[in-house]
Design a protein around this ligand. Structure first.
Ligand SMILES: NC(=O)c1ccc[n+]([C@@H]2O[C@H](COP(=O)([O-])OP(=O)(O)OC[C@H]3O[C@@H](n4cnc5c(N)ncnc54)[C@H](OP(=O)(O)O)[C@@H]3O)[C@@H](O)[C@H]2O)c1
Length: 322
């Protein structure tokens, strides 16, 4: 049996969602259309959105694949008409709107990024979504600058470890809240002051707060923010309902950002990919940022990987490998 036998037969294995669970199913392999690359997936990360989708809570945008996987890395095996940036044999990685956790995935080449030479497949598969999200939130939205004080909540998770490294590399002073005491040392090594979430007000004030946890950090976030500070809400897994003191918003002249990446128009997602290529891939090349891996699983064990993702206490990314 060769590596592409499923492709030749017209079927491939992919993560599908049934009855609130992730499982492995056989689905039609995708065909590359205009400006699309067909990628033989070598690794694909898990994200909170996959878990939410498996549970029926985060449907894919219209037209997106309904199978799992918002990021993947692999080898281009065919390029559709109009492709100019990549060709057969290239190593690419991308944020996709679904379908990354499969043997093959099609991606518009505007969303694809080259995999830097020093990066292995496991790291590449867990890189695109979290580094794109972290870079977009910290720099494009909140405008984090050299020397500023930033607090990253939920810093041991996939987005958190990306955000800590990017903020530190940009010359910010990084405080990271980490619930699991056993993970604080490893997060500190990414160049952060890693603390218990209960202690973050005293560690402030902060120019920027990156919220990856949600409601439990409110209203303390408003207290810990410096005058003219910025808060970016990216994750609300621990709750989304809070009471906001609007007077405090005014008095501090603060700015509040909130965002999701997946439903944005293709042009905006492509712009995010160009930012990551320009500002982050050189840091991968030079070894200044990396993808901490909590654990890898073979694609065939995707259900176990989905279960593992939800267990508290992990550090970094969970990645499926071909
Ligand atoms: N808006 C977007 O575009 C976008 C993109 C990517 C991700 N996200 C969201 O951003 C969040 C983070 O993503 P991720 O990939 O980093 O997830 P992750 O790997 O599961 O990490 C989440 C982190 O938050 C911590 N945490 C959870 N509940 C907590 C609580 N009540 N108190 C303190 N810490 C808590 C976890 O600690 P434990 O291990 O101790 O539980 C973990 O370290 C998720 O909600 C995800 O869905 C949003």
């Amino acid at each position: 049996m060769g590596r592409f036998d499923h492709y030749i037969a017209g079927l491939m294995r992919a993560v599908v969602f049934e009855g609130g669970q992730a499982t492995i199913g056989e689905v039609d392999h995708p065909e590359p259309g205009h400006r699309q690359l067909l990628v033989a997936v070598r690794a694909a990360g898990l994200n909170g959105a996959d878990i939410a989708q498996a549970r029926g809570g985060y449907p894919p945008p219209p037209g997106a694949p309904t199978t799992g996987g918002l990021e993947m890395a692999g080898e281009v095996v065919a390029a559709g008409p109009g492709c100019q940036r990549f060709s057969t044999g290239d190593r690419v990685m991308a944020v996709v709107q679904g379908g990354g956790q499969a043997e093959f995935c099609v991606v518009d080449e505007l969303l694809a990024m080259p995999v830097p030479e020093p990066m292995d497949w496991e790291s590449a598969g867990g890189f695109p979504e979290v580094f794109a999200t972290a870079h977009d939130a910290l720099f494009t939205q909140a405008g984090l600058a050299m020397g500023e004080r930033v607090c990253i909540h939920g810093a041991a998770g996939g987005v958190g470890v990306a955000a800590v490294q990017l903020a530190a590399a940009a010359g910010a002073q990084v405080t990271a809240t980490v619930r699991n005491p056993d993970s604080r040392g490893a997060v500190a090594e990414l160049v952060a002051h890693a603390i218990d979430p209960a202690d973050f007000i005293d560690a402030g004030p902060f120019d920027v707060i990156l919220e990856l946890v949600g409601a439990p950090n409110w209203p303390a976030n408003l207290k810990a923010l410096a005058t003219e500070g910025r808060i970016v809400v990216i994750g609300v897994g621990a709750g989304s309902e809070v009471t906001l003191n609007l007077a405090l918003l005014m008095v501090k002249r603060l700015r509040l950002f909130a965002s999701t990446l997946r439903p944005r128009p293709l042009e905006q997602r492509a712009a995010v990919a160009r930012q990551v290529e320009h500002h982050v891939l050189p840091l991968v090349d030079s070894g200044r940022v990396r993808v901490p891996l909590a654990r890898t699983f073979p694609l065939s064990e995707a259900p176990a990987a989905y279960e593992y993702f939800t267990v508290p206490g992990k550090l970094g990314k969970v990645v499926l490998v071909a």
